[in-house]
Design a protein around this ligand. Structure first.
Ligand SMILES: [Zn+2]
Length: 190
């Protein structure tokens, strides 16, 4: 059975908060997804979805039954554009790092959480390097992350540790591609 890599562990949370009342959810314009190729050089396809009870954006990376790599953009219309762009790059990172095809660590295990932090890190570095005003984008991502995670019911400690991780990554030297290579090298040595 294929393991599904879920962004922000949002998918996990969606089921438990289905009943959360959310009238007047604000809607946003959809961001254009970035080019994404997995570690085998295969083009990754983006697919839009809406639904579920929770009106926050979530992403999911996987392969379909024909083996085609894809990213689901779930409810993107309910989160600001910068956060949509961050999630796209986070999900793309799972494809770039082969997280989809490698044997998968148990959900919420330290190894799984490490994979999530790494994907977050790649996403924020990539966003920083693509933008003329990276700092403004960082602030947009972190405030949307705060709002959406709180909406889902994440405790403050999870929210602030996730934001502090992307903050450290944002300040890193080197491109996101350098970081991907570093992670691959580290994994080889393990
Ligand atoms: Zn993820």
């Amino acid at each position: 059975m294929k393991y599904i890599v879920a962004s922000l562990s949002l998918i996990l949370a969606v089921n438990s908060t289905d009943t959360l009342a959310q009238e007047d959810a604000k809607q946003y314009e959809l961001a254009t997804p970035p080019a994404c190729f997995n570690n085998l050089g295969e083009a990754v396809e983006y697919r839009e979805r809406t639904g579920g009870g929770l009106k926050v954006a979530a992403g999911m990376a996987n392969r379909d039954s024909e083996g085609k790599p894809f990213i689901i953009r779930m409810n993107y219309v309910f989160s600001p554009k910068e956060f949509q762009r961050f999630i796209d790059r986070h999900e793309c990172a799972h494809h770039q790092l082969d997280d989809i095809d490698r044997p998968h660590p148990p959900r919420n295990s330290p190894e799984h959480l490490m994979n999530e932090s790494i994907a977050d890190c790649i996403a924020i570095i990539r966003l920083r390097d693509e933008e003329t005003d990276g700092e403004e984008k960082f602030n947009a991502v972190s405030s949307a992350m705060r709002v959406d995670m709180a909406k889902i019911g994440f405790p403050e400690i999870s929210i602030s540790s996730r934001i502090s991780n992307i903050e450290n990554c944002f300040l890193r030297n080197g491109s996101y591609r350098d970081f991907i290579e570093t992670v691959k090298q580290r994994r080889k040595e393990q």
